[in-house]
Design a protein around this ligand. Sequence first.
Ligand SMILES: *Cc1c(COP(=O)(O)O)cnc(C)c1O
Length: 499
Amino acid sequence: MYVSTRGAAAKLTAAQAIAQGIAPDGGLFVPEAIPSIDGQFLTSLLPLTYQERATAILRLFLTDYTEVELTECVAGAYGGGKFSNTAVAPVAKVADGIFALELWHGPTSAFKDMALQLLPRLLVCALKKIGEQAEIVILVATSGDTGKAALEGFKDVEQTRVIVFYPEDGVSQIQRLQMVTQEGDNLRVIAVKGNFDDAQTGVKQIFSDNDYNAELAEHGFKLSSANSINWGRLVPQIVYYFSAYADLVKEKHITAGTFVNFVVPTGNFGNILAGYYAKLMGLPINKLICASNSNNVLTDFLTTGIYSRNRQFHKTYSPSMDILISSNLERLLYHITGGNSAQVSQWMTELNTTGQYKIADEYLTAIQAVFPAAWVSDEATSATIGQVHKEYGYPLDPHTAVAWQVAENYQRQSGDTTPAVIVSTASPFKFNETVLAALTDSNSLRDKTEFVVLQDLAQIIGIPVPLALAELEGKSVRHTAVCEKQDMPAVVKAQLRVK
Ligand SMILES: *Cc1c(COP(=O)(O)O)cnc(C)c1O
């Protein structure tokens, strides 16, 4: 069963929690008990496909789904050629003891596909299981990658609509084009005048407004979320930590039982938290290293125990990590405090009212034992893209480059020689301007369209442009709406024709 991190909501089944998204008390759903695995379970994963591994992990959490339901959901998400690499999430050896877990072979070239190809299937299945008749309206606040991945995942999915809000000036050209050209009758895309946190705050306010939700319900609509606050978004991400480990053993890079570190470029804390669940389940993970850009709120928190959003927001080369409020940290706090929902609620109230909270030293020490943290500047990110390509011939996107640099700094400072898996979250083509400038010089961008930049990059790294990105050139813009952040509730109503 699933409980709210804030303790004031009823226990739900996985299907109910996935259909609901966020708990009615404002908290996030977490599993009441974490399943554990043993060495034999790990060994059993080695010969399996990614899809089979996914079913094996998901069934431990989604206990109210049947085996057939899970198998079908997984086959629809990861099979049928949707991922350009048959391994789905392959592990590349880049250097001695350094591996890249490539999570960007899906339809939108970023790791959000790993979860958002599966979530809609889990959700539709959940609606059937609980007999929900309402049309589900998925509200998404996106810093770029989630929006497109949600649109692709929910395109023409029965009984669902998606409204995506993205910060008008906070996404890359390619990210914007991917979203505004989106086809599908159940999908809307709207630019917000503000940054990602404004969009996310707006969406959260809509979710927690009871009167507003009651009004939508009268018209047959029910809101839900595709952001990583939804358990159905988080649980698919646990799978690739296991799959990566199984591949490392299978390819004889490590022996079974050897501990590894994962280095995760982090924004909303969803990806790295999935790694934490894998560790709690018994996967041999030593450290989960939290890598940030100059929006270094998590680095500060993990160093001092003070979470403070009262700081300047920076636009960086790694926009999917330009975040000041990392929602999923709430789940970590819940587990670290042994499920002390009163304490978690208090911190979240403080965050809402004063913009900050401080955790006790005992909790900080427990968190620090697992999560070393550091951040890198845009300049260092560019330099890393250049160096890693030169030294190893491996092209990094800016998010992955942040993680790479943090991994190097961590290894140097700590002397920790544990094998490191860099979690690679985007294709270099998705952030092609930053990557091309890093591999050549900033003049290389002058007067070039995004599509010429894509082709230039393909030439330099010797990899063809992903088809879905190349095809954007011929697509027409279908979504042009822009709104003020305070108008988001009205915009949602207008889209649903609710007066
Ligand atoms: C979303 C995203 C991240 C951050 O992941 P979180 O789960 O939000 O921490 C990092 N890199 C890329 C490319 C992303 O799209």
